[in-house]
Design a protein around this ligand. Sequence first.
Ligand code: MN
Length: 203
Amino acid sequence: MSLAKYRKKRNFRVSPEPRGSEGGKRKSSLLYVIQKHRASHLHYDFRLEWNGVLLSWAIPKGPSLDPSVKRLAMQVEDHPVDYGGFEGVIPAGEYGGGTVMLWDRGIWSPEVADVDAALSKGDLKFTLHGKKLGGSWALVRTRGYGGSSKSSWLLIKHRDAFASTKDITQQKPRSVLTRRLLAGIARDDGGDVATAASGDPQA
Ligand code: MN
C-alpha cells in the first residue's frame, strides 16, 4: 500500500485535500467512510481502512441495501486515512474537481480471518457499523468492465436485519458531518452550486 499514486494526481498547493501520512498509530478499530462526490460524474467513494491507508472504490450508483442488487465498484488509488475527514470543494481543473460530502462514516470489521488473502482472491466479506449503512456486505472482484484496466468489483448487501428495498441514497442524501446537501457544501466552500445541486435528490 502506498500513497504515491494519490499524491501524484493532486496539487496540494491548490486542493484542500489532505496530503496524508502512511502508517500512523495502530488502532483497534478500522475506519469506514463513504464520500459522495459530484466530480465530472456523480459517484460514491467507498473507503475501508487497511494497513494504514484507505482502500478505495468509486461506486457510480452508490450502495444498495437490497441483496438482489449488485453495485459496480471501481477500485481506485489508496487514500490517506486523513481523507476520511474531508468534506469540501476540490477546485475546478484539479484531479476530482467538484464537491465532496461525507455521506457516511463509522467503522468496519472483517468477516474473514485473512483480509490480505481475501483482497487478492477478490472476495472480501465484512460488517459495516456506519450511521447509514450497517450489517454484512461483500466486495467481489469481477471481470474487467468495458475493457478498462481498472479493477472492477461489485458491492453486495448480504441478507440480514439491515437489508431493505428502500433507496438509502435518495432517503438519506445529507452529510453525516454537517447535515448539508451537496449544494450547501458548494455554496459554503466556493464551489459550483448548480453542478453540485444536480447530485442532490430532485424535488
Ligand atoms: Mn471520487
